[in-house]
Design a protein. Structure first.
Length: 161
């Protein structure tokens, strides 16, 4: 009872926003960045593409990755970090949430499906669950204006709710 008396729905949405943002930041710092950037991300993602249950998607993914091989890992790291900072601090929050949804949908379509060779990603169901929950949270935050309190957007009146 005491929490519901002191916090509004907007405050609870801000707590959710901050938690999701911190999860995105954590996703950057739990990586071995040197290994990730120097081939680890590309190797794993290419093996996911080669073992994707929808061959056309796998071919398209492989084509996209190989064209942008050197910059793709940097884009992932910078995208996750930018999304995490934006959502956590509530800075350009709607933009950060849209990019987050896009990233999660791509991760879900790539790593959240059962690969032909299960050894490539035996934890695909974990990827499914995490990405579905993240997408649901991000959609709720976007739809409800979760940047209404405790955010730079609110302080600067960038995206009025």
């Amino acid at each position: 009872m005491f929490l519901s008396d002191s916090l509004t729905v907007e405050h609870w949405l801000a707590i959710l926003r901050i938690a999701v943002g911190l999860w995105w930041i954590k996703s950057v710092f739990h990586k071995d960045l040197s290994k990730f950037i120097n081939g680890g991300m590309m190797g794993w993602t290419l093996s996911l593409a080669d073992n994707h249950p929808v061959p056309a998607f796998g071919r398209a993914l492989r084509g996209l990755l190989t064209i942008n091989e050197t910059m793709f890992p940097y884009l992932i790291v910078l995208g996750e970090l930018g999304v995490g900072i934006g959502i956590t601090f509530g800075f350009f929050t709607p933009v950060a949430l849209i990019v987050a949804i896009f990233l999660n949908l791509n991760y879900l379509a790539t790593a959240g499906v059962k690969p032909k060779d299960i050894n490539v990603n035996p934890c695909f169901r974990v990827d499914q669950g995490q990405n579905v929950v993240m997408i649901a949270s991000e959609v709720v935050m976007l739809a409800t204006g979760a940047w209404a309190v405790w955010s730079i957007d609110n302080i600067l009146n960038i995206f009025p709710v």
